[in-house]
Design a protein around this ligand. Structure first.
Ligand code: PLP
Length: 221
């Protein structure tokens, strides 16, 4: 387990200071998380509500939890009281539900829109046009308890670096277009979450501000 913090130190050396390291702790124990916590790490990512809620309940209250996996609308209520950021918002309906549940808790929840950039059909996410439809619509204008602070994307799972780089470039260009169109004078829209254990270096080279790393920190799941 000591290895976990050594891994973190090594990874941090490869990440510029403006890039946030989200430690993806899915399938890992409370002790694994505490091992990083005691060395000062505070931002952790989980992909399942039923795993996230007990971890939140058992672990220190100043951990910032990010939801990174696909989120069903009927489960938003369980994480709305505490979640720091939902990185995987992939529909207007989901965003509306988050806004509603955040309101009940008197909170504002930071959200990223997940953009589909991979070749695989199975990966969730929206297109540039889908996002424009949300930002142009009345529903969005009436939301008071969500703050859309950027985008998230997952590249195709492949050894082909050029393919991954191309997909990250696509995400960056979608971010730039949305920023220009909707957030020109709003610094809150600033995050691009791209890069996992085997492609985060490419992600950072292509403009990532947030990397979501599991295996390279905690070992194989
Ligand atoms: C599991 C997961 C990660 C971390 O993947 P690793 O390859 O283990 O670093 C990142 N993002 C999402 C959305 C995940 O589900």
């Amino acid at each position: 387990m000591l290895q976990v913090n050594e891994n973190r130190q090594k990874i941090i050396k490869t990440i510029p200071p403006h890039v946030e390291l989200v430690a993806v702790s899915k399938n890992k124990t409370d002790d694994d998380i505490l091992e990083l916590y005691k060395h000062g790490h505070r931002v952790f990512g989980e992909s399942k509500v039923q795993e996230l809620v007990p971890k939140y309940e058992n672990l220190p209250g100043d951990i910032k939890w990010h939801m990174v996996g696909h989120l069903q609308r009927n489960k938003v209520k369980y994480i709305a009281p505490f979640i720091d950021m939902i990185e995987s918002v992939d529909s207007l309906k989901l965003l509306k539900e988050i806004d509603k549940e955040a309101g009940k808790n008197n909170r504002t929840i930071k959200c990223l829109f997940q953009i589909h950039i991979a070749e695989e059909e199975s990966k969730f996410g929206m297109s540039f046009d889908d996002v424009c439809q949300i930002f142009d619509g009345d529903d969005y204008k009436n939301m008071n308890n969500v703050s859309v602070v950027g985008l998230m994307g997952m590249a195709t799972f492949t050894d082909d670096e050029n393919q991954v780089r191309k997909e990250f470039k696509t995400l960056k260009s979608i971010f730039d277009k949305l920023k220009e169109k909707y957030f020109k004078s709003d610094d809150d829209f600033s995050e691009i979450s791209m890069g996992m254990s085997n492609d985060y270096i490419i992600g950072i080279e292509e403009g990532s501000t947030m990397v979501r790393i599991g295996t390279a920190l905690f070992g194989e799941r």
